[in-house]
Design a protein around this ligand. Structure first.
Ligand SMILES: [Zn+2]
Length: 332
């Protein structure tokens, strides 16, 4: 029997933990399980129609879910281990026990997104495109995580972590990037919201080269500006998590690095778009925390990124890294 305590310790909303609990208690109503309880229905997966729909298929086996795990930057965490497990609950227990609670939380939110998407398809004939589903899961977890951060902190500085709506009549576009080192792909995503904070439109893009995180962020911004420029939205404020990208746009220096080339093409795009504005997201603390997490996840600490941070950034980076390493030590 798995370690139930490990399930409740992960960094995820309570309803997501409850879903994990249901999976691990063998009570998720997949078609295979419904048939075991004599409910007359076809056993086939309603999404791909290719294989029986049991827990394993819904979360890991279905062809459609692989792109979602990739887009959520969780493919490496899950898929190279699957051969060691017989069922979905064993994978879940393993992740909750062995991975740090934030990573386990992200996995859990992805699982919830997949199950919700499956239900939307079965009951409402609607489903999200697989890559977008992965991005949405990642952002959903990040939003939840920053809300927790605000709740648990006392300083005013931390309030900056909350998403701020743009001025009345304007739109705000948040931009993000992630990548998969094994596959050598960079993925970019953006999400446009109106002045009430309501979702308007989102987009994703892929690039076949392995870029550094800074280049990937710049590319994500370029894709977002390009995507939204064709839609005639009026004033749009673009927010990038990376101040370096914004600094690059303001700087007159030019060079031939990949980063400078992307920045130059963004500048060129913006010349024709005076109603577009680019700022950096005021959630630097979060950013460095995620950066550390990314670096540790990938076991590939990149000195060049560290070198690019300013003094303040390095302080936050170091303290987050130490906290995370101590935490990992305690877990083992
Ligand atoms: Zn399927």
């Amino acid at each position: 029997m798995g370690n139930w305590n490990s399930l409740w310790k992960i960094s995820a909303p309570a309803r997501v933990k409850h879903l994990l609990w249901r999976i691990c208690k063998d009570c998720l109503p997949t078609r295979v399980r419904l048939r075991q309880h004599h409910v007359p229905c076809a056993p086939n997966c309603p999404s791909c129609d290719n294989g029986y729909e049991d827990d394993w298929h819904v979360f890991f086996g279905c062809l459609e879910v692989i792109s979602s795990w990739r887009a959520a930057s969780l493919y490496d965490v899950i898929f190279h281990r699957l051969h060691s497990f017989q069922d979905a609950k064993s994978v879940i227990f393993y992740i909750c026990c062995k991975e740090d609670s934030n990573l386990a939380g992200r996995v859990a939110v992805m699982l919830e997104g997949l199950w919700k998407n499956r239900n939307d398809w079965v009951w409402n004939n609607e489903k999200e495109e697989a890559t977008k589903l992965g991005w949405l899961a990642l952002h959903k977890w990040q939003d939840w995580f920053s809300a927790q951060h605000i709740r648990h902190s006392e300083g005013n500085e931390e309030n900056l972590l909350q998403w701020q709506p743009p001025s009345s009549g304007s739109f705000k576009c948040n931009v993000d990037a992630g990548f998969n080192r094994q596959l050598g792909t960079t993925n970019c995503g953006w999400c446009l919201r109106d002045d009430h904070g309501d979702f308007v439109i989102a987009g994703t893009a892929w690039d076949g080269g392995t870029l550094s995180i800074i280049e990937a962020e710049a590319l994500a911004l370029k894709e977002a500006i390009h995507g939204i420029s064709t839609l005639h939205f009026g004033h749009v404020l673009f927010e990038s998590d990376f101040q370096m990208v914004v600094q690059g746009l303001r700087s007159t220096a030019s060079g031939h690095s990949e980063f400078n080339c992307i920045i130059s093409s963004i500048k060129l795009l913006l010349l024709d778009l005076p109603h577009f504005e680019v700022k950096s997201t005021p959630k630097r603390h979060m950013l460095y925390t995620f950066l550390v997490q990314y670096l540790l996840d990938s076991h590939n600490v990149r000195q060049d990124i560290y070198d690019m941070l300013e003094v303040e950034g390095r302080k936050i980076f170091d303290s987050s890294a130490i906290k995370l390493m101590k935490y990992k030590d305690n877990e083992e």
